[in-house]
Design a protein around this ligand. Structure first.
Ligand SMILES: Cc1cc2nc3c(=O)[nH]c(=O)nc-3n(C[C@H](O)[C@H](O)[C@H](O)COP(=O)(O)OP(=O)(O)OC[C@H]3O[C@@H](n4cnc5c(N)ncnc54)[C@H](O)[C@@H]3O)c2cc1C
Length: 426
């Protein structure tokens, strides 16, 4: 007789959704399907960085193609980021790896579409249902349900909301959660690296120039692409959105050039070479009090931690979320002899996941929320730029996080209502 499988439905097929698919498919007796609003899966987005934690986890997930130098760019000096003065181009600070012996785990920069495509290679297309825009999500003691705007729905035993920062799954269970526009709007572009190859003194490593109020980032990406990203402060309307700016709208290249026209010659040459830009208004939101809803629903990626891309951590966090889910389900379900387990088993697995990931994400969110609207204290704006760089928090705890250790710690600690979470069960 065929065993009844645990049916997991994932809302959203971005980096978090695909990584969750890869992770859960490592387990026996689970069937996983994805529901994505986009009508087709094409290359959208700009650059995305994956730090060592995310790259190590991609390797464990078997997505070795995503670590390949063809698709992933790593700087020649093995320095994850160089911070420079906006006007003088002088190096003020460098990030350094603390414990990353394998060169393939050094921070890599991708076109988001290329990373997404690398993960997609591991997902049978018939398991991704396109054109399925989630309207709402619900759960009962027996099942979970996604309702789509086309009037159809999907059911399962477990629901994973991977539908990004404006998550409808999150909104269904935490309706009063609000996002704040941070007041920063990013102008981003990716283009062929040949457009910048003749710029004198162009750094070979990924570089961030910090000015008194704005930043400029430039880096080579995999597949011979290049990215430029600059930000500016934008007024926020009474609904908390940046005025007259929509996500992914075509940006004004002349504005981009004007914003950075007084910066050092490398930056001005980079903005001159940038053929187009798109607007990405930045949002952040408060930490959630729980990531487990109705015992059967959870969130991964930007849906769970609305940090607005701070510290370029979103992609790697999403990948580690997926791995923590895998560890939690493996821990609980490996003793269930191939059955789909009980509702309590699902809840226990989701709570383990929550305890592994939520405090980590909350630490980041608190840094992000404290930083919003922080104006330079110094009256000399140039000095403020240098001070901002020098006071930048060390985020090695984020970029070299060990999700397996974090999970093991949670299991070791156990809890009163889950006495089974003991070292013996590891
Ligand atoms: C198109 C796009 C471009 C991006 N570009 C960049 C970038 O250039 N640089 C960067 O650092 N980060 C970018 N991000 C964000 C980055 O991918 C995430 O911060 C990180 O990878 C975590 O991924 P995520 O899967 O949680 O969220 P996302 O990458 O946002 O993925 C969410 C997925 O859910 C889908 N979705 C959203 N709402 C619904 C709905 N109602 N119903 C069904 N499906 C839904 C989206 O179409 C998307 O596929 C981009 C995100 C998107 C969606």
């Amino acid at each position: 007789m065929a065993q009844e499988k645990l049916r997991v439905i994932i809302g959203g097929a971005g980096i978090a959704g695909l990584a969750s698919f890869l992770a859960l498919k490592k387990l026996p007796n689970i069937e996983v399907e994805l529901y994505e609003q986009a009508p087709e899966l094409k290359e959208i987005g700009a650059s995305i960085a994956i730090s060592p934690n995310g790259l190590r986890t991609l390797e464990k997930l078997g997505a070795l193609n995503a670590l390949d130098d063809e698709v992933a760019f790593r700087g020649p000096s093995a320095i994850p980021m160089i911070y420079r003065h906006w006007k003088t181009n002088e190096i003020i600070l460098e990030d350094h790896f603390v414990d990353v012996p394998d060169p393939r785990h050094r921070t890599a920069r991708f076109h988001r579409g290329h990373l997404h495509a690398a993960l997609l290679e591991h997902v049978p297309r018939h398991l991704i249902h396109l054109n399925k825009r989630i309207k709402s999500a619900s759960a009962s003691p027996e099942k979970v349900q996604l309702e789509f705007t086309d009037g159809t729905s999907a059911e399962g035993d477990v629901l994973i909301g991977a539908d990004g920062i404006h998550s409808k799954v999150r909104a269904s269970f935490v309706p009063d959660h609000r996002l704040y526009a941070t007041g920063k709007v990013y102008m981003r572009s990716t283009f062929d690296a040949s457009l910048v190859e003749n710029i004198p003194d162009l750094p070979l490593d990924s570089s961030h120039w910090w000015g008194p109020t704005a930043n400029f980032f430039a880096s080579r990406l995999g597949k011979n692409q290049y990215t430029t990203v600059g930000n500016f402060d934008s007024p926020v309307d009474s609904n908390g959105n940046p005025k007259n700016i929509q996500w992914n709208d075509e940006g004004d290249v002349e504005l981009f050039r004007k914003l950075f026209q007084d910066w050092n010659p490398v930056v001005t040459a980079l903005v001159d070479a940038t053929p187009y830009t798109r607007y990405y208004p930045n949002y952040a939101g408060d930490p959630l009090p729980t990531w487990v809803f109705e015992s059967r629903v959870t969130l991964v990626g930007d849906a769970a931690h609305t940090h607005g891309g701070a510290f370029a951590a979103g992609g790697a966090l999403a990948i580690d979320d997926a791995y923590a889910l895998y560890l939690a389900f493996k821990h609980v379900f490996s003793s269930k002899n191939g059955t789909k387990g009980s509702a309590k088993d699902i809840e226990t697995a989701l709570k383990l996941y929550d305890r592994t990931r939520r405090p980590h994400a909350e630490r980041l969110l608190n840094i992000v929320l404290q930083g919003i609207n922080r104006k330079p204290a110094a009256t000399d704006l140039d000095d403020a730029a240098v001070q901002r760089i020098k006071n930048k928090p060390d985020t090695t705890w984020l970029s070299e996080h060990d999700v397996e250790k974090a999970f093991a710690d949670v299991v070791r600690q156990g809890t009163v209502d889950e006495p089974s979470l003991t070292r013996a069960n590891l």
